[in-house]
Design a protein around this ligand. Structure first.
Ligand code: PRX
Length: 692
């Protein structure tokens, strides 16, 4: 019937570099509202009608403006927020070309604002103080609590006052090492309220990794909790912090304050080791402070946070984001990519220890006045229905997660899903790695009952917010494609020589010109910032990802092209794992590659050579894995250790990872040319030992 038929009119050519959307004059068919005609999955007419961006035409109109007049476009978006003073004469200034001098990016410079004020006070001032800000769900079913915007502000102010009182000033750093308690976003917001720079460290990182970050960013205070229950295990976080602080002290970084939240739902305080004078219980002191706290107004370009991420060398990079551009960008991307409406209940399963939890658990949603779910536990505890129990309990309407979770739940079977209603869901989201089409279809058909568009958002710690993402309702989706660029983003695909390729192609994904949410530097190492991201292909920001663009202009991310692997959506540098392995006294050399993994996306596959005369045993294998768990964290533990009497190296001593990748994936007949190796016989040895 004509109701079920909708013509999506042909789109004209997008501005240069953005590819073409040429064949969208397809037709929606059928009652299911989701026909997979030519692999296109259409939003329903009802969905599109109510969406912020209801059609390709509207997207194109907004996108074109954002590219032709970025200053005007982003100034309009920025005027949604409170600015104590408007920015100076330029909305932005940039140099992304190393040949023209230092790389620099500034947005809204001279504008005076505060992101905590905009996330809380501004929402309250507009009459929504009694709206629920956080729905917190504990690890154990039945353990929960909520905070309204008014209550959240009060809690944030108390902590902000405490931090000020102990001497934390604008520009000082605070390290936060907390699990997904409400206190985690509270701590982030308290820092931003007083102009302090937060550096959240994912509470799955080991003491060594935490120490490394503390030594690098020299915080005034560390905020943690005594313990956390994850699934059925209790993890004593405070012990890990103690070790990290001891290690930092050995490196000359001594901290006076370790503020510790007593997480009674895990264990109570009497089981916690304590250093009098340094350690302070949050509950004993913070509630004594006033529930109002004046805002520290900051420049848009003042730093907001540091977040360490992995690169291709062993040392993690401190990605630095500033205030104004990040605020405008995370809020705008959240609103459009999830088609957010004030009646939505939003749940992002990411931990605030990663960028997704910064931009799309905390800031983006709260800046929109959203009600967010914060879940402490594991997604499959006590069983594989937990996520859908939570969705039904809170009537979650936007659910944002990672492909690895989708795949692991898919393996458990549909019965864990269909026993729940999920009727409240209207938009789904995916992030962290490419989502394979079969997981996409299961997510769409089984979880979303073919009703909810999926926003497969491609972005990075460095980009601050979404870069390539569907706008649900605007155009048909293709399972596995992140679709088209967000407003203001000009992706380009380049070849090895850095030449831009047009139309249907594959190559390296770069971005031309800056966007408000872009990182501004690597903390303390602007040179590394320039060489890592701007030197490979001069004139562009290089993402480190491979990408192709199809005949319809859709973008398909194909994974990292550098020495970074993506395990369950967590970015891990092969060099970091190698350096942990070789710190084992019996390990002589290590080479780590990524290998396809059914659930995690990629698994960690480590080749190790041992010190002369040391036999390879099961105990040694375990202790090598333990070494990585202790130095980085359990999430970086290798899936496979492959004992290697020798590694394939060129005559100049370079390890040939191409060959190792083939051996790891058991593609023995695709090893390619091995004649340039210093000793080609090691390859035979390695293939023989593959399953030992
Ligand atoms: O390889 C890309 C992959 O994750 C990398 C960024 O990792 P991180 O900085 O930890 O941020 C993760 C959350 C944004 C990218 O270089 N990636 C992220 N999202 C996607 C993705 N790959 C494909 N599709 C995605 N939607």
């Amino acid at each position: 019937t004509s109701n079920n038929l909708r013509h999506v009119e042909s789109m004209s050519t997008l501005p240069s570099g953005a590819g073409r959307i040429s064949r969208l004059n397809a037709v929606i068919l059928g009652e299911s509202l989701a026909s997979e005609e030519d692999d296109l999955v259409f939003p329903s007419e009802a969905f599109s009608k109510q969406a912020h961006v209801p059609s390709p035409q509207k997207y194109l109109e907004m996108y074109t403006r954002s590219i032709q007049d970025p200053a005007g476009f982003w100034a309009d978006m920025a005027s949604e927020f409170s600015w104590k003073e408007r920015w100076g004469p330029h909305v932005y200034s940039e140099n992304l070309d190393v040949r023209k001098g230092n790389i620099s990016i500034e947005w809204f410079k001279g504008g005076i604002t505060n992101i905590c004020y905009n996330s809380l006070d501004r929402i309250i001032d507009s009459g929504h103080g009694d709206k629920v800000a956080i729905l917190w769900e504990g690890n154990e079913p039945g353990v929960d609590s909520t905070l309204t915007y008014n209550q959240l502000l009060a809690r944030v102010c108390q902590l902000a006052n405490y931090l000020k009182d102990v001497g934390v000033r604008k520009g000082d750093t605070v390290v936060i090492y907390l699990p997904m308690l409400m206190e985690l976003p509270i701590a982030m917001l308290a820092c931003s309220r007083i102009g302090a720079v937060h550096s959240v460290v994912f509470a799955g990182f080991s003491a060594e990794s935490l120490a490394q970050r503390i030594i690098d960013c020299k915080p005034k205070v560390v905020i943690t909790c005594n313990a956390v229950r994850r699934g059925s295990k209790v993890i004593y976080l405070k012990d890990i912090v103690d070790d990290a602080l001891a290690e930092s002290a050995r490196n000359g970084i001594r901290l006076d304050i370790c503020l510790t939240y007593e997480n009674e739902s895990a264990v109570n305080r009497e089981y916690t080791k304590w250093q009098e004078g340094r350690d302070i219980w949050w509950q004993d002191i913070v509630p004594k402070y006033p529930t109002t706290c004046a805002v520290e107004w900051v420049d848009a370009e003042d730093p907001l946070f540091l977040l360490y991420t992995s690169g291709s060398t062993g040392k993690p990079k401190g990605v630095l984001h500033t205030t104004g551009g990040y605020m405008v960008y995370t809020a705008t991307t959240f609103k459009y990519a999830f088609d957010y409406k004030p009646s939505d209940v939003y749940w992002c399963t990411a931990d605030c220890g990663w960028i997704t939890g910064h931009s799309y658990v905390t800031y983006g949603p709260l800046l929109n006045g959203a009600t967010i779910v914060v879940y402490e536990g594991a997604p499959n505890y006590p069983n594989a229905s937990r996520c859908w129990d939570i969705v039904d309990k809170y009537k979650v309407s936007i659910f944002y997660t990672a492909p690895t979770l989708v795949r692991s739940l898919m393996r458990e079977g549909d019965q864990y899903v269909t026993c729940n209603s999920r009727k409240s869901l209207r938009v789904l989201g995916s992030v962290g790695e490419p989502i394979n089409p079969s997981a996409w279809r299961w997510f769409f058909n089984v979880i979303g009952e073919a009703r909810c568009p999926i926003s497969d958002t491609w972005w990075q710690t460095e980009t601050g917010g979404f870069m390539i993402t569907p706008l649900p309702g605007a155009w048909p989706q293709k399972p596995g494609s992140a679709t088209f660029p967000f407003f203001g983003i000009q992706p380009v695909i380049v070849d090895e020589k850095g030449a831009e390729i047009e139309g249907e192609c594959s190559g390296y994904l770069c971005v031309k010109s800056s966007w408000p949410g872009a990182f501004r530097t690597l903390y303390g190492d602007h040179e590394r910032f320039e060489t890592t991201y701007f030197s490979a292909f001069p004139g562009y920001y290089f993402s480190g990802d491979g990408c192709s663009r199809d005949k319809d202009g859709y973008y398909w991310l194909t994974g990292r092209v550098d020495d970074v692997i993506n395990v369950s959506g967590h970015r891990i540098g092969t060099a970091e794992v190698e350096s942990a392995l070789v710190s084992h006294p019996q390990c002589a050399e290590a080479a780590v590659v990524g290998v396809e993994h059914e659930v995690k996306g990629q698994g960690i596959y480590a080749f190790v050579t041992l010190v002369e005369g040391v036999p390879y045993t099961e105990d040694l294998r375990r202790s090598l894995i333990m070494m990585v768990r202790n130095q980085i964290g359990a999430f970086a533990a290798p899936d496979k250790i492959h004992w290697a009497p020798g590694l394939p190296k060129t005559r100049s001593g370079k390890i040939m990872r191409r060959i190792l990748r083939k051996i790891a994936s058991r593609q023995f007949d695709e090893l390619g040319d091995t004649s340039t190796l210093a000793d080609p016989s090691v390859v035979d040895q390695l293939t023989k030992l593959a399953d030992c």
